[in-house]
Design a protein around this ligand. Structure first.
Ligand code: NIG
Ligand code: FE
Length: 417
């Protein structure tokens, strides 16, 4: 090689080189997994430095690189759970029993149970207790390949308790090697002290909570539960306006139990995503497509609430709306901390293809969190958050449930499992 060639194309120093692997890169929206078989992947400074067919591997400095034989296993991006309520006090097993005796989720909520009962338990819990109870849930997700998680507040419903929840969510990232993205969901339910004064509560959310959350950088996104048992369109719009004024991104819980038009409103405010959306209309889908929003589908809540209205997957596909999948891990509608079960349910319940389901917890989940330039794909320059699976084809990740095929997990270039 000439000196000139070396100057323009220096021989790289890599920290880790995986040989003999297959890659589900999840590039191009995850079409056919972005498959590259008989591949190699190199990591440097916590980023993906090279990937491709092993036969095309360029020369590299051999002295300082750790070479790992992947034994024909599959690498995917580290999984991303883009919608959770992982931090909360108590549990709602009693309401599960009530529902089995015939009461609906709405009836329980209207009778003072539901989210409000978790608010009571969360307010009573200390930060240390909340951390202790959330840790096994995060551990369960991490052991299934999750390297990034979104965690919402929304069970505090006053400034101190919302700050407590978001602080605990941040502390979880110090306990486990998982990237935590925090969302402020003050407009989740009406706290008892604001009974019959929902506008007064929204004023508190907009004028007192959002400014503090933004100033203290406790969250970078604001979510609203836009629903008959949540907040109406006018209230949702006030929260979105306040979020924008403070430079925060927005997303919505919308069209979960009825069609209020929260998704169209979210699109008007360039939201990252609209989540649940079983009752979304064709107009809502077009609005999402025009605003380049992500549809976050939550099969765990659909299953656990025994919902019968399916999200409009075929129309979302037709309009090219990216679909993400998440656990919605929470004590009421989805007490489920298994991203692998979500992969299975996205296919069995919502009829996604396995490739679409995997895109839902990688590239499209990154998009739903505004992280699509750094996470959710195996691409050069992306964060080296990578899962190694003991499988012979990627569809196995969706097909079999209950046996964990994860054989290694890398976060920011470091092997953490
Ligand atoms: O995503 N829909 C509103 N919020 C949660 C449920 C929270 C709860 O029931 O505690 C959800 O389903
Ligand atoms: Fe949720």
């Amino acid at each position: 090689m000439t000196n000139t060639a070396q100057a323009t194309n220096p021989i790289p120093h890599w920290q880790t080189l995986w040989l003999n692997v297959n890659l589900a890169t999840m590039t191009n929206g995850g079409d056919n997994y972005g498959e590259i078989c008989d591949a190699a992947l190199a990591i440097s400074d916590g980023k993906i430095a090279w990937l491709g067919k092993q036969a095309d591997l360029p020369s590299y400095h051999k002295s300082d690189v750790e070479v790992i034989d992947g034994q024909g296993r599959w690498l995917t991006p580290g999984l991303i759970d883009c919608h959770t309520h992982l931090v909360y006090g108590g549990n709602r097993a009693n309401e599960f029993e009530m529902r089995l005796q015939g009461k609906s989720y709405q009836e329980i909520a209207e009778a003072g149970g539901g989210i409000v009962s978790t608010v009571k338990a969360t307010r009573e819990a200390s930060a240390a207790e909340l951390l202790k109870s959330a840790l096994p849930r995060l551990t369960a997700l991490h052991q299934q390949g999750v390297t990034t998680i979104e965690i919402k507040s929304g069970y505090g419903l006053d400034l101190d308790n919302e700050v407590k929840m978001l602080t605990v969510a941040g502390e979880l990232a110090e306990q486990l090697p998982v990237t935590v993205k925090r969302t402020f969901l003050g407009a989740h339910a009406l706290p008892v002290e604001y009974k019959d004064n929902s506008d007064g509560y929204i004023k508190l959310v907009c004028d007192e909570m959002i400014p503090v959350i933004a100033e203290q950088k406790l969250a970078d996104t604001v979510d609203v539960f836009c629903e008959n048992i949540g907040f109406d369109l006018a209230q949702t719009e006030r929260v979105f306006t306040a979020a924008k004024q403070h430079g925060l991104a927005i997303k919505a819980h919308a069209e979960q139990l009825s069609n209020l038009g929260g998704t169209e409103l979210a699109a008007k405010y360039q939201a990252l995503s609209s989540d649940h959306i079983e009752f979304l209309s064709a107009a809502g889908i077009k609005a999402m497509s025009a605003a380049n929003m992500t549809a976050v589908l939550l099969p765990g809540a659909f299953y656990f609430l025994r919902e019968t209205q399916l999200p409009p997957v075929e129309l979302l596909r037709k309009h090219g709306v990216a679909m993400a999948i998440a656990t919605d891990a929470n004590p009421g509608s989805s007490p489920i901390c298994s991203i692998q079960l979500m992969l299975n349910m996205a296919c069995t319940l919502f009829r996604l293809t396995p490739s679409e389901a995997l895109a839902g917890v990688t590239c499209n989940a990154a998009k739903a969190l505004g992280l699509s330039k750094t996470k959710g794909q195996l691409s050069v320059g992306f964060d080296a958050d990578i899962a190694l699976w003991n499988i012979s084809q990627p569809a196995e990740l969706c097909y079999q449930f209950g046996v964990n095929p994860l054989s290694a997990l890398i976060q920011n270039g470091q092997q953490v499992i």
